[in-house]
Design a protein around this ligand. Structure first.
Ligand code: SF4
Length: 110
C-alpha cells in the first residue's frame, strides 16, 4: 500500500472542509478564503496557485486585510480575485469596502 503524502492529506482535509462549494474547479479558491486562522492547518492550507495577492501568499494572519475573517466566502473570494486584477463584473470595483458591503457588513458598493 502506498503511503499518502502529507501534502495530499492536507489538501484532502481542506477540500473536504472548506473547498466543497468550489467543486472540482474552484475548491482551492474556497480554501484560500478560509477564515479559520486558528485552525492548525491554516498556514499550510491549499491556496490558489497563480497571482494570489501578497497578503494571502504570506500565509500570515496578520497580513490579511482588516475584516477579512468576517467576510462571507463569496466576498472573500471576490476580494482575492479583485486583488488578482479580476474586477467585479458589474461594479468594476475590488475594494475591501465593496467586499464588506457585499457581505452585508456595512460600507457601500459605490
Ligand atoms: S485550514 Fe480551513 S479549510 Fe483547511 S481544515 Fe482548517 S478550517 Fe478547514
Amino acid at each position: 500500500m502506498k503511503m499518502p503524502s502529507l501534502r495530499g492529506a492536507i489538501d484532502a482535509k481542506c477540500r473536504d472542509c472548506g473547498g466543497q462549494e468550489g467543486g472540482d474547479r474552484f475548491w482551492r479558491l474556497h480554501t484560500s478564503a478560509c477564515p479559520v486562522t486558528a485552525c492548525p492547518l491554516w498556514n499550510v492550507r491549499p491556496i490558489a496557485s497563480r497571482n494570489v495577492p501578497a497578503w494571502l501568499a504570506s500565509r500570515n494572519p496578520a497580513d490579511l486585510p482588516d475584516g477579512f475573517a468576517s467576510l462571507t466566502t463569496e466576498a472573500a473570494i471576490s476580494l482575492i480575485r479583485g486583488a488578482e486584477g479580476v474586477m467585479h463584473p458589474e461594479t468594476g470595483d475590488n475594494s475591501m469596502k465593496s467586499a464588506l458591503a457585499a457581505s452585508g457588513q456595512g460600507g457601500s458598493a459605490k
